[in-house]
Ligand binder design. Structure first.
Ligand SMILES: Cc1ncc(C[n+]2csc(CCOP(=O)(O)OP(=O)(O)O)c2C)c(N)n1
Ligand code: SF4
Length: 272
């Protein structure tokens, strides 16, 4: 079978893209576009909603419907579109600053509401575009441009947060697990209700450099070594668990999504 490239969703003449060499965003976007193609999505039935940041620039390169919104508000716009155009497939593509730091409240309520949107979060552990400030996912003790001697706060577990808040599907992966990433994105896209794929991804220019993580290839090796499925994680010692991440599907349920529940209530109200 001929390998799908996802190229048909890319705008002509816009490359090369703006991302630094070794950045994970392009790898994540490639997996998303190949997923669209494998699922047979037409460009006009998809809406990619972005916020602001390096991840938020992704829509510049797409010929699907796309909406570039304000920092932290991508999920609010995505919710609005889904509420009035339920036939469209909505993807909110965000950085960790966008989705769960400035946008944390929207994130929690989109998951709780179980709106039929797929959120893809490029978690590079910092605000990449603005020079590497600490975000809600910068681990405790790590360096950033706003925590020069170590972060005094602990990080959010984005996936656990989405699952607890009520999302129908949650998975975590990394850009160093290309095939698995694509399978999880496809599963999330086809799942009704709120779905999240958290993609751990290197920002070699800021987070990697400040935390002395080496060359981009070293950061990929770090992801391969420290991100493991739950069965392998369970076998790690306490010290090894510190700083490691569980990857794979983390939570799945089949609650009715927001639009289904809203239609039921609407019908009830109309019959009064
Ligand atoms: C309301 C608002 N606050 C702050 C900014 C400045 N700003 C632009 S991009 C950015 C950081 C983006 O970080 P993240 O969302 O993690 O995405 P990344 O660049 O790492 O992909 C910030 C703080 C803004 N544009 N709008
Ligand atoms: S600053 Fe970081 S997140 Fe932004 S393009 Fe460069 S490597 Fe990627």
């Amino acid at each position: 079978m001929l390998q799908k490239t996802g190229e048909k969703y890319l705008k002509e003449g816009v490359l090369p893209h703006m991302w630094c060499s070794g950045c994970g965003i392009g790898v994540m976007l490639g997996a998303l576009l190949r997923s669209f193609e494998e699922l047979g999505y037409a460009k006009n039935e998809v809406v990619v909603v972005t916020g602001i940041g390096c991840t938020g620039k992704a829509d510049d390169y797409l010929v699907t419907n796309a909406l570039h919104t304000t920092h932290g508000r991508a999920l609010a716009f995505a919710t609005g579109i889904k509420a009035v155009r339920p036939e469209l497939k909505i993807v909110a593509l965000m950085g960790d600053g966008d989705s769960v730091t400035i946008g944390g409240n929207h994130f929690i309520h989109a998951a709780r509401r179980n709106i039929d949107v797929t959120a893809i979060v490029n978690n590079n552990f910092n605000y990449g575009m603005t020079g590497g400030q600490a975000s809600g996912t910068t681990p405790g003790g790590k360096l950033s441009s706003t925590t020069l001697y170590g972060n005094p706060e602990d990080d959010f577990d984005i996936s656990a947060l989405a699952c607890t808040a009520g999302a129908n599907y949650v998975a975590r992966t990394t850009i160093a697990h290309g095939w698995e990433m694509q399978q999880l994105i496809k599963e999330a896209l086809t799942k009704k209700g709120f779905s999240l794929v958290e993609v751990l991804s290197p920002c070699p220019t800021n987070y990697g450099k400040r935390n002395k993580m080496g060359e981009p290839l070293d950061m990929l090796r770090w992801l391969r070594k420290n991100c493991v499925p739950s069965d392998a994680y369970a076998k790690l010692g306490e010290a090894e668990k510190e700083g490691s991440f569980i990857i794979g599907k983390l939570c799945e349920r089949d609650k009715p999504d927001f639009n289904t529940r809203y239609a039921e209530i609407q019908e009830k109200a109309m019959s009064v």
